[in-house]
Design a protein around this ligand. Structure first.
Ligand code: HEC
Ligand code: HEC
Length: 341
């Protein structure tokens, strides 16, 4: 056995030496260890084909914050996805180059690895397919992937990072998309007060938070369910309608009137940091959202039955609103947004 192994070893050694010009360089690029909470929804299957590595994530983060992804070198992904805002921002609608205003409110980039559908209308099913959209959108970065590659291809730090991240490869479009997605996969928020209470880490809800959680379970959880506080379905809940004629909600993708002005149920994690609210930022505060649901929403043929069967409203008392807001604020993860407790 020992001899056989030794022979094999020598054969391998010889075969690797015999080919002079194939320089065997190995890139040490370990996978990053991620905290995947066991009670979160399943990972998107794309994650397993693009597992975050040390250099992949470093590269993705560098690209995410690089203004050269935009035509006039003024806007990066992180201009609209700001860490202090849980990687959303405070504008009602996204503001891109030359102050151009987009169609929708920027959602927080958090817990993306556990989502099966992306954007307000779910037009992307894989995170790797998403970065090209803002790069080429006129109201966002208004560039092209070739233009971006042209700007960074002679940058030594990028050349080095691509090589390390993708086993010696050069700068490619796929490398850009995959590394950005790898970075985004690492943005996992799981350290809110809610999580700590749930994990019995010594924190407890106040009276108002506990009451709010109870109301939430009664009136909100049929849509804002799972540990992400979204069931990832599309619903029309009769919010004020975006006056932009481009908007049709999920119907933009399916072309079906049944999906007109339906939107993906948003996660409520870190909601405290992401005002204004709604698909085009139509509500300045959480209180405004709750008052609206209580007062009555817009009628629509495809209005969600939960509202339709209840006089187009979710009735809430003043105290319930206070308690719900207190509860929603327990979903704030100060560590995730880079603030210390
Ligand atoms: C001008 C502001 C702006 C810029 C720049 C921008 N985004 Fe966004 N982002 C948005 C808006 C608005 C949406 C929602 C789009 C929609 O639903 O149609 C969004 C959606 C997303 C989503 C989906 C989030 C979810 O909850 O499904 C991801 C991921 C994302 N952006 C990543 C990026 C990356 C990566 C870049 C840079 C390549 C980038 N964004 C640049 C505004 C921006
Ligand atoms: C029938 C499903 C449904 C129910 C029930 C529901 N929501 Fe929502 N919620 C949604 C959808 C869909 C949106 C996005 C709608 C849009 O922008 O047009 C939303 C948006 C929100 C927003 C704004 C989030 C953001 O990031 O912009 C908040 C806050 C919110 N809901 C809280 C609640 C609370 C609290 C309750 C219970 C009192 C509740 N919702 C009940 C489906 C629901």
């Amino acid at each position: 056995m020992k001899n056989l192994l030794r022979t094999l070893f020598i054969v391998l050694l010889l075969s690797s030496c015999s080919n002079d010009d194939s320089e065997l360089v190995s890139y040490n690029n370990p996978e990053v260890s991620l905290n995947i909470p066991s009670d979160f929804p399943e990972l998107n299957s794309s994650f397993y084909t693009n597992i975050p590595t040390e250099f992949g994530v470093e590269l993705g983060k560098k690209l995410f914050t690089d203004v050269r992804l935009s035509a006039d070198n003024t806007i990066s992904c992180s201009s609209c996805h700001i860490q202090e805002n849980a990687f959303a921002d405070h504008n009602p609608k996204g503001i891109g180059i030359e102050g151009r205003i987009g169609l929708r409110n920027a959602p927080p980039v958090q817990n993306m690895a556990f989502m099966q559908v992306y954007n307000w209308d779910g037009n992307k099913l894989q995170l790797e397919d998403q970065p090209l959209v803002p790069i080429i959108t006129h109201e966002e970065m208004d560039s092209s992937i070739l233009e971006v590659i042209g700007k960074i291809e002679n940058d030594e730090s990028y050349i080095e990072l691509f090589k390390n991240a993708f086993n010696g490869e050069g700068i490619t479009a796929d490398g850009i998309y995959n590394s950005i997605a790898q970075y985004e996969y690492t943005l996992i928020s799981t350290n809110s007060k809610y999580d700590k209470v749930k994990r019995n880490e010594g924190e407890t809800f106040t009276e108002s938070e506990a009451q709010g959680f109870a109301v939430f379970q009664e009136k909100c959880i049929s849509c804002h369910s799972t540990e992400l506080f979204t069931d990832q379905t599309y619903r029309n809940i009769g919010f004020p309608i975006n006056p932009d004629t481009e908007e049709a909600g999920r119907a933009r993708i399916t072309g079906s009137t049944e999906d007109y002005m339906s939107f993906r149920v948003p996660s409520l994690r870190n909601i405290e940091y992401t005002a204004p609210y709604g698909s085009f930022g139509q509500f300045a505060t959480l209180e405004a959202v709750l008052n609206y649901l209580d007062n009555g929403v817009l009628e629509a043929d495809n209005l969600d039955p939960i509202l339709k069967d209840n006089d187009n409203r979710i009735p809430l008392t003043a105290q319930e609103k206070i308690d719900l807001i207190a509860f929603m604020k327990t979903l704030s993860d100060s560590e995730f947004v880079g603030l210390d407790d």
